[in-house]
Ligand binder design. Sequence first.
Ligand code: SF4
Length: 418
Amino acid sequence: MNQVLETRTVRVGDNVLIGSGHPIVVQTMCNTHTSDIEATVAQCKVLAAAGSQLIRITVPAIADVKHIEEIRRRLREEGIQTPLVADIHFSSEIAMAVVPVVEKIRINPGNFHPDHEKARALFGQFLGLCKQYNRAIRIGLNHGSLGKYIVEKYGNTPQAMALAAMEWVDMCIEAQFYNVVVSLKASNTVVMVNAYRELARLMKERGVVFPLHVGVTEAGNGDSGRIKSCVAISTLLSEGIGNTIRVSLTEPPQNELPVAQYLAHRYSDAPAPIGLSQKEETILKAACDWGAPLLNHEVDDIPLQDEYLKDELLQACRRRFYKPEYIACPGCGRTLYNLEETFNRVKAATGEFKDVVIAVMGCIVNGPGEMADADYGYVGEGFGKVTLYRKKEPVLRHIPEDEAVERLVELIRNDQVK
Ligand code: SF4
C-alpha cells in the first residue's frame, strides 16, 4: 500500500471519526420510504446490527424532515446510536431544515439553485447553520449530475468533477468549517478512480485535505456489482485514498455491508466482515488483487482459470466488454417500483446486446441525470409507469410497467438494424 493520504478528521455524532489515522468507516443507505417510519426504523435496526457505522436516509420532501426526526428519536429510544445522514437533492430549504435533526447532511451544493451565484449564497447560509449545530456534511458530486454551470465551465471529465468539488471545498475553508467529507462518484470505474485521484491532488496542493467518501455509483447487483465496486474502491484504498466507503448495490442494503467491511478490513484496522460467504470472498479478493493492475494498464490479461471471473474483472475495469454494461441505482426512499426485480428482468431480456450501456433507475427526479453515459435508460415514473430513454432523450413516456421491458428490447433492436 502507498502512503495514506493525510486528511483532517471529521466527527459525526459522538463516536464516528472519519479521516486518516482512523479505520475506514462503512456505511449504507435505507431503501424504504422515509414517510414509512415503521419500515425505516426496522431497516435501520437491521443495518446497525450488520455493522453500518452511518445510515443514510433520503429526505425528498419538507414533510420528511419530521419523519427522519421521529425515526432518529425511536432509534435512540431503543439504544441504537448510529448517526443518521440526511440525503438531500436540489432543495436548500430541506437541507437547512434537516440540520437541527441529524448528525450529517449530504448535499450537492451546485444543485441548490439554477443560478450559480444564488447556489453559492445558499451554500454559505447552509454552512453557517451546520457550524451552529456542529454537524458534519458530505459534498457529494456525481458524474451524471454535475449541473449545467459546471459542465459549461469545466466540461464533463474527472478533472472537471474535481475542480467543481474544489469550489465548494474552498468555500468551506473560507468559512472555517472543517467537518466536511467529499465524494465524486461515477458508475464508470476509470472516471471514478481518476476523479478521486485528481481531487486528492488538488486538496493536497491547497493544504487542506478533507476525508473522502469513496464509492462507485449505480454499480448494479450480484457478482458484477460487487466486482465493479471492489476494483475501483480497492485501487484508491491501495493508494491511501478513501476514509469512508459505500458499496452501492441494487439489492437489500444489508448485502452491501460485508463487501464494504471486507474492503475496510483489508486496507485499514477496521473489523473483519460479518457474514461474508466463501464464494463472495474469492470474488472480492480477485477484484482487489487485479483491480489496480488492470485499471492502471499494468497488465492486459490475468492468469485466472475461471473464465467467468476473468470476463467480469476485465469488464469492470473497462478493458474488454463481453456483455452489456449495466448501470442500476441502489434505490432509496424515492423509488416507486420493484427495482431489484425489474433490473433482473432487464438483464435477462437484454443479454444479447453486447456493445450498449443500459441503465435502470428508480426515480424520474434523479434517474435521468444520474445515468451519465448510458445508451438506454429505463426510468420509473411512479404509478406503474415508465419512461424509456435513448441517451439523455426520453423517447417513450408513460409506458405501463408490465410492457416496459419488452418495449426497451424493441427499441434497442430497432436501433441496431438501422
Ligand atoms: S436514482 Fe435511484 S438512488 Fe437515486 S434518488 Fe432516484 S431512486 Fe434514489
